[in-house]
Design a protein around this ligand. Sequence first.
Ligand code: ZN
Ligand code: ZN
Length: 249
Amino acid sequence: MKLTILGSGTCIPNTKRGSSGYLIQTSNSKILLDCGSGTTWKLEEIGVNYLEIDHIFFSHIHPDHTGDLVPFLFGTKYNHYQKRERPLNLWGGKGFIKLFGALKKAYSNWIVPKDLCVDEIKGGSQTYEDFKILTTKVPHIESSLAYRIESEGKSIVYSGDTDYSESLINLAAKCDLLIIECALADDDHKIKGHLTPTEVIKTINAANPKKAVITHLYPECDEKNVVEIIKKDVDLEVIEAQDLLELII
Ligand SMILES: [Zn+2]
Ligand SMILES: [Zn+2]
């Protein structure tokens, strides 16, 4: 599997870090995890045709994770030069269909391209052409999900936005790569629903992934160098997420 980080940042405008978006390419599938603002443009930047994305899995419906959904769909429907050749599947947690319904009410059929499927993840695991996806609820907003994608004997887990949780540890157990948020520094006031470096270290040491990518970095996380803090207390390769960084798993 190949992971390309499209957005390692948050809702705060930042020239170096876009809002959340991660591309995973398996042998036959192109999957987006979240689609924050700028994600579609970043795909163009790395030479991946957005019309070839098969699935978008949303961790939750906060705007920094869903902001590019409307531009993505509008650009799909009104691309007069090229058409999609495969269905487009949009997945989210509970309430995702309601969000799509509200967007459709505002934008009508402008955002409904041909062969669009919109659905909510009911839990458990789902198997597709050449990958399997498992989910668990994580504590952030009510409908927040973390995802585990398995393909060709490898596994990538994406925490989405989350607070410390046993469910994430279980989902991430012994995975090849854990993409985990760290939105706060330890000396900031703890914000419910996000992780501090201490909690990331605890999660990594309990889940025991082979590698970890630290992401969803607010500007103060860069200022306080949270990734270096995490590196000191875990015994595995820890990578600071950067926009357009590619990792082969
Ligand atoms: Zn977020
Ligand atoms: Zn959020």
